[in-house]
Design a binder for this molecule. Structure first.
Ligand code: VGL
Ligand code: ZN
Length: 202
């Protein structure tokens, strides 16, 4: 059985949002077209409390995109984004959610960031996404969404480590830094993942 994972297709990651990914809006038609072709569709939602420590605004004297050490992990400091209950945290109105059976929220613990849909960045706590997929007999995961160089990449690495057959849907992904996504793609391929285009799935 195959699942489509829709990663963080939220207003703050779309042009006009506080952490906008260039062309982030262009993946929405891809997400809408692909959904009927999967056994299961799930979405992740970045869902931070206002005092989350991934926000530069919560560190005196720090600026956006600066890197710090946060409890032993390298942390990029982001503009405030996807604050719980805010408009920016909502899924894009253009995204069809009818086929989404479950939503996994992440980044809820103020002390640690969570790029992957499966675990926080320290692999300390799980979101239960893996158990959910296994319970639904899913062996193949197709991953798309935002941002390619962060949450999509980390989700794919964890999916591979969990031994799901893992596919990046390339035209359904946009990145904060496209050059970084090229490296991420190479790493995913190296770990046994595959890269596909959405037209091959419909
Ligand atoms: C993301 C940075 C911070 C993402 C989330 O969804 O890729 N990036 N929080
Ligand atoms: Zn975030």
């Amino acid at each position: 059985m195959k699942a489509l994972l829709l990663i963080d297709i939220q207003n703050d990651f779309i042009p006009g949002g506080s952490l906008a990914v260039p062309e982030g809006d262009l993946i929405i038609p891809v997400a809408n077209q692909l959904q009927p072709h999967f056994d299961l569709v799930v979405a992740t939602q970045d869902w931070h409390p206002p005092d989350h420590k991934s926000f530069a605004s919560n560190h005196a004297g720090k600026i956006n995109f600066e890197k710090i050490d946060l409890h032993g992990l390298e942390q990029v400091l982001w503009p405030d984004h996807c604050v719980q209950g805010s408009r920016g945290a909502d899924f894009s109105d253009a995204l069809n959610l009818n086929k989404v059976e479950a939503i996994f929220r992440k980044g809820t613990d103020r002390e640690i960031d969570s790029y992957s849909g499966f675990f926080d960045n320290g692999h300390r706590k799980t979101t239960a996404l893996a158990d959910y997929l296994l319970g639904k007999q899913i062996s193949q995961v197709y991953i798309m969404g935002l941002a390619g160089d962060f949450c999509v990449y980390y989700t794919a690495k964890d999916a591979l480590q969990l031994e799901f057959q893992t596919f990046l849907v390339e035209d359904g992904i946009r990145s904060i830094n496209p050059a970084e996504f090229e490296k991420a793609k190479a790493d995913v391929l190296n770990r046994g993942g595959q890269v596909v285009q959405s037209h091959s799935l419909v």
